[in-house]
Write a protein of this length. Sequence first.
Length: 153
Amino acid sequence: MAFPSFLKPLIYCSHQLHAMCQQRLYESELRYLRSSYKAFEKQRQKDNKPSLEPDGQFWRVWTESTIHYSTIAKSWKSGQGKLSETVLRDKFPNTWKARERWGAEKVADDGEFGSRYRLPLGSGSSIAEAVGFAQSVLKEFAGFKGINYASDI
């Protein structure tokens, strides 16, 4: 399906947001795998067995986490490649000007959905930064198209 060219920046922004959400899911899965492995190892030592096979849940998460990793990489590549700093500066000058500079003391914490964000977004960016960035892009895009937009967040 071909999208109108004026929607492409929003689509590329959504790729970056998708990558960030997938990254958080992947990190949670890795924490689960690490804690499960430690529990299996403790059980193996307790039972004094040479090996202990992890359960089906462990292997399901193990398999899905590799899928999430490739999805993250594809989404980042798509979003970063098409929504570069140059595109942001040229097509979304207000969003670009409103960004926090890297090295700033504190940007928004997760759960603090404000307008503070640093660009370019990266895998280390918080969800709150992503939301602030998305709100800014959407507000600027809506203003450019003459749409009255107000955020409830």
